[in-house]
Design a protein around this ligand. Structure first.
Ligand code: GCO
Ligand code: MG
Length: 402
């Protein structure tokens, strides 16, 4: 069996997605997500111009060899564009292998380690009062874990706070929006919100919070300490993710568990954090961290150090990435939680899939491969529309981390 064709499909069913579809000479197809939010066309060009020509004629069964060929062979290693492109190829080849074997991908990875994949939902609202019914809504649907984000009094909008009742969307059309951020107001407000949430929902609901890289290590240490009475499951991205020493300082001050990794693209980004046990959850994901093959390697390293998985799963990762993540989540021993934000109906229609939510768990499809596809005719009806993530500024106009 040989790779006969590989198509790069860019579509915007409400938001942009890039997909690689690999076709073999006997007609088996496999799909991989290649979406890099706000930089989609860079990955599409990397794939079309540099990767697809080299794939044609290769044996699709050689997943590891193809990974090494694309990673080591390019000489220019790592980075989000490269690793997203490699991930797309890797994911598509696992899909093909599953279809050829007649097995869902999690079976090829060693089989299930659990009955279902525990997911966390996203409760967010502009005010603390509006937040409570949002959280109650998730509890009512059976969620065991909820990420809680709120607006901050005095700030007109805060990244990560969606509009209740609508599909979460982190990018906006055109050039980046420039919201204003104030660390002092945030640090004052968040512990009060969690005090109310814990009082309302009791001790057993798992609560998470995403700082989105906006603090310095000592500010994050203070927040972690202030949140200790409310027993968070994790505090996410407390400082910019590349500042690994920052985690050491936070750790010296608080027992609030830490999570990081949605912007990591390789095992080299997380190595010290994992081996030094500076974090509790590693949030790298299939599409940005080199596919199933490489993410498995990261999770295996994490398992040695009692660090658990917590893969990124926002709406800007396509249903193909979510499907792939679920197969891996089911098969690794050190699974923690999976982020889950349902996609829009338009997106779900473009990416027909067999995974489903039930009582706090997601379950991958039991069909061979990943159990997800792209409807190319429908995808063609939604042309690309330029959209960007925001740029964060302080009240005096300084560009800030986010
Ligand atoms: C999360 C996030 C997202 C990301 C977004 C970037 O889901 O935890 O932080 O909102 O910022 O996916 O593209
Ligand atoms: Mg996050």
């Amino acid at each position: 069996m040989r790779i006969a064709e590989a198509r790069v499909i860019v579509t915007c069913p409400g938001r942009n997605f890039v997909t690689l579809k690999v076709v073999t000479d006997d007609g088996v197809t496999g799909v991989g997500d290649a979406t890099l939010n706000g930089r989609e066309l860079a990955v599409a060009a990397y794939l079309r111009e540099h990767v697809v020509p080299a794939l044609l004629g290769r044996d699709p069964a050689r997943i590891e060899d193809t990974w090494q060929y694309l990673y080591r062979g390019a000489y220019w290693r790592r980075g989000p564009v490269t690793m997203t492109a490699i991930a797309a190829v890797d994911t598509a080849l696992w899909d093909i292998k599953g279809k050829v074997a007649g097995l869902p991908v999690y079976q090829l990875l060693g089989g299930r380690c659990r009955d279902g994949v525990t997911v966390y939902g996203h409760a967010s609202a502009a005010t603390a009062e509006e937040l409570m019914p949002e959280i109650a809504g998730y509890v009512g649907q059976g969620y065991r874990a909820v990420r809680v984000q709120t607006g901050v009094p005095g700030l007109s909008g805060v990244y990560g706070v969606g509009k209740p009742g609508s599909v979460y969307e982190p990018a906006s059309e055109g050039v980046p929006a420039e919201p204003v951020w104030d660390t002092g107001r945030y640090l004052d407000h968040v512990p009060r919100v969690f005090a109310d949430v814990r009082a309302e929902f009791g001790p057993h609901l798992k609560l998470l919070h995403d700082v989105h890289h906006r603090l310095t290590p000592i500010e994050a240490a203070r927040l972690g300490r202030d949140l200790e009475p409310f027993a968070l499951t994790w505090l996410e991205d407390p400082v910019p993710a590349e500042w690994q020493d920052g985690f050491r300082l936070i750790r010296q001050h608080t027992t609030t568990p830490l999570a990081v990794g949605e912007v990591f693209t390789s095992i080299w980004d997380c190595r010290e954090l994992i081996t030094g046990q500076l974090v509790d959850y590693i949030r790298a994901t299939v599409v940005h961290a080199g596919g199933i093959t490489h993410l498995r390697r990261i999770f295996d390293l994490a398992a040695l150090h009692q660090v658990r998985s917590g893969s990124h799963g926002a709406t800007d990762l396509s249903p193909i990435c979510l499907a792939a993540a679920l197969h891996l989540d089911l098969a690794i021993p050190n699974f923690g939680l999976q982020e889950y934000m349902p996609h829009s109906a338009e997106t779900d229609a473009v990416f027909p899939h067999g995974y489903h939510y039930e009582g706090g768990y997601l379950h991958p499809a039991e069909t061979p491969g990943l159990g997800v596809d792209i409807d190319e005719e429908l995808a063609a009806r939604y042309p690309y529309r330029a959209a960007s993530l925001p740029v964060n500024r302080l009240t005096d106009g300084t560009v800030h981390d986010w």
